[in-house]
Write a protein that binds this ligand. Structure first.
Ligand SMILES: Nc1ncnc2c1ncn2[C@@H]1O[C@H](COP(=O)(O)OP(=O)(O)OP(=O)(O)O)[C@@H](O)[C@H]1O
Ligand SMILES: N[C@@H](CCO)C(=O)O
Length: 354
């Protein structure tokens, strides 16, 4: 049977990099890869619902029902916003995922970007990068992970101030963007999904020194982003905001310089907006970030919480194993076991026809 086949490959991301809370993201060399096939079939044949298979990280917990799975729900949202009411018949998707769930490595951002790209391909919509980002931002409301996952590299982004009508459209509850669809997939659902306003997210890619690698120190427990955001205050002192702004301004250029300056970067990766509040959820966090320094560990540039945690991200040019193994010892004292990986900064998402 003739068949259209394509793959979608989306990288992991680390958000914040210390002071850039909800602002900066870095794409890393772990991927979520979708292999999609669409069998041709006679138009009069009955609708065959999508089938999903899954391997790798999260395989034992991810829903395989296309109306419950985050990636396919996002794809359906994109399709429905473009007047395509349901998945095509005879759709098969295999997901192979290297990005651990709920660890601060952007698994949900990658799943959302994969969904947006899947919807774009299935509907042959040819959406621009900016429009793809609009759809992603209707689901994941902070731009750091999704922007870096889509465009790749070390990226800074902001959400545009929208006019009143567009702000309302962009702030509809997630339950309306990704409603729980009825199990009967043949049904024509009445409600139209909220269409994203145009130009919600804007970004710029910073330089990145090729000598810098990222060590992901990954505790063996999950922490949902939602839970790690609940502990954050709604107001900050001017002192703490200025502390972060000063460091972020320096960091975005310092990580692109060759050779990178450890003294400058170590201080520039400190944060007072999210990490201090998250330490109660991540035993060992303050000890790891304060006792592993460029003086104690030559090659280290800086160390921070990756995204909402619990992963710790160390940026370094050498001495990777000593950094990771010493972090392991500190975590072990708190009863937490870790795994670690040396990751490269990679390009963004790729869709390839086969
Ligand atoms: N490949 C995937 N397919 C379907 N759902 C996924 C996939 N990856 C992640 N998810 C969903 O996203 C949840 C994790 O999202 P969460 O935002 O809590 O953490 P994270 O994205 O890994 O971390 P962070 O946002 O801090 O980088 C998972 O529990 C799962 O429900
Ligand atoms: N900026 C986000 C990243 C997690 O997705 C946070 O720290 O909550």
């Amino acid at each position: 049977m003739p068949c259209r086949k394509f793959t979608i490959r989306v990288p992991a991301t680390s958000a914040n990099i210390g002071p850039g809370f909800d602002v900066v993201g870095l794409s890393l060399s772990l991927h979520c890869t979708l292999t999609v096939s669409l069998l041709s079939h006679p138009s009069e044949s009955p609708h065959v619902p999508p089938s999903i298979t899954y391997s790798g990280e999260g395989a034992d917990e991810v829903p395989l029902d296309a109306y419950k799975n985050l990636t396919t729900r996002v794809a359906l949202y994109v399709l429905r916003c473009n007047n395509i009411r349901s998945f095509p018949s005879h759709l098969k998707i295999h997901v192979d995922n290297e990005i651990p769930f709920g660890r601060g490595l952007g698994s949900s951002g990658a799943a959302v970007i994969a969904g947006v790209l899947l919807g774009n391909e299935l509907g042959q919509l040819s959406l621009s990068t900016e429009r793809l980002l609009d759809f992603a931002l209707m689901v994941e409301r902070h731009p750091d992970n999704v922007t870096a996952a889509l465009v790749g590299g070390f990226v800074g982004s902001y959400l545009k101030e929208l006019d009143e009508e567009a702000s309302l459209a962009a702030s509809v509850p997630l339950s309306e963007v990704l409603p729980e669809y009825p199990p009967d997939t043949s049904e024509e659902w009445g409600l139209n999904p909220p269409i994203p306003p145009t130009g919600i997210g804007h970004y710029v890619r910073f330089g990145w020194s090729a000598s810098i690698k990222a060590i992901a120190i990954i505790p063996r427990f999950e922490l949902s982003t939602a839970k790690a955001r609940e502990v954050l205050p709604t107001h900050y002192s001017r002192k703490d905001l200025v502390f972060n702004l000063q460091r972020l301004a320096v960091l975005t250029t310092a990580l692109g310089q060759s050779p990178p300056d450890p003294e400058l970067i170590y201080e520039a990766m400190k944060d007072r907006v999210h990490q201090p509040y998250r330490k109660a959820l991540i035993p060992g966090l303050p000890e790891v970030t304060s006792s592993i320094t460029p003086t104690t560990h030559p090659g280290l540039l800086g160390i921070c919480l990756s995204g909402a945690g619990p992963t710790i991200l160390a940026l370094a040019t050498s001495g990777f194993e000593a950094i990771a193994e010493d972090a392991r010892k500190i975590f072990r004292k708190t009863g937490v076991e870790i795994d670690w990986k040396i990751l490269e900064v990679v390009g963004g998402s790729i869709v390839q026809q086969q």
